[in-house]
Ligand binder design. Structure first.
Ligand code: ADP
Ligand code: ZN
Length: 225
């Protein structure tokens, strides 16, 4: 790994497909920020600000936050210095207009996408995984109560923060998010599928398998994560 190498990556895929888990691990490995728009939004809601309250009305319905709001949030996040060597975007873009604006933003910084990962699993696999998913309130680490629970129930292994279940991780809400995904986000996958750095990864099997595949695409020796 040379210093000049950049890691600008997109993680696309349906809700609960594992984007966040892989993105988080890779970000740590390469020392680059994991920019998860869902986490940024939940932090804003948690802050109780006016913007946060407005955002909450969308999250509570499983709907998308309007594009203009999302673009502002992302634009300002990219201005931070830690994005120079690379970044992993998780949860953005989710609509075609977001994708087109993202392309403009990326161009304006003189960047390109080094890897675009489309991660997918079947709806049944995702539902089972998502209803068992819990997350750290403080650092965003994601756990699964079935196969990857925190060592102490309710407490994050990494930072000691409180581990909780997201309000939108019920079966009904996941179904609603799938519908939104099919309508709004599916065209984004088609849009990027023509990019020369587009890769499709199946994440329904064991986690380390998908991760090895991702790492071998990035060209790293496997087994050292
Ligand atoms: P998941 O991928 O499991 O659905 P996320 O944490 O990425 O979870 O997103 C949770 C919610 O945050 C979404 O259902 C949506 O309401 C909102 N959200 C996240 N990213 C975006 C985005 N790029 N545009 C609009 N809304 C978003
Ligand atoms: Zn934590």
């Amino acid at each position: 790994m040379t210093d000049e190498r950049t890691y600008r990556m997109l993680f696309l895929g349906p809700p609960g497909s594992g984007k966040g888990t892989y993105a988080e691990r890779l970000a740590k490995k390469y020392g680059i920020p994991h920019i998860a728009t869902g986490d940024i939004l939940r932090e804003l809601v948690y802050s109780g600000s006016r913007l946060g309250n407005k955002i909450k009305t969308y999250l509570d319905k499983g709907e998308l936050v309007p594009d203009e709001m999302m673009v502002c949030i992302l634009d300002s996040r990219f201005m931070r210095k830690d994005t120079r060597k690379g970044w992993i975007l998780d949860g953005f873009p989710r609509t075609l207009p977001q994708a087109k604006i993202l392309d403009e933003i990326v161009d304006s910084h003189g960047w390109d996408f080094d890897y675009i990962f489309y991660v997918w699993a079947s709806n049944e696999e995702i539902i089972e995984r998502t209803v068992n998913r819990v997350q750290c309130e403080k650092c965003g680490a994601v756990y699964n109560l079935l196969n990857n629970p925190p060592a102490v129930s309710g407490v994050c292994d990494k930072c000691g923060g409180r581990v909780y279940r997201r309000d939108d991780d019920t079966e009904d809400m996941i179904q609603r998010r799938f519908d939104v995904y099919e309508e709004k986000t599916r065209p984004v996958i088609e849009y990027y599928s023509k990019h020369p750095h587009f890769f499709k990864i199946y994440t329904g099997g064991p986690m380390n398998l998908a991760e090895k595949e991702i790492l071998s695409i990035i060209g790293e020796s496997v087994g050292d994560v």
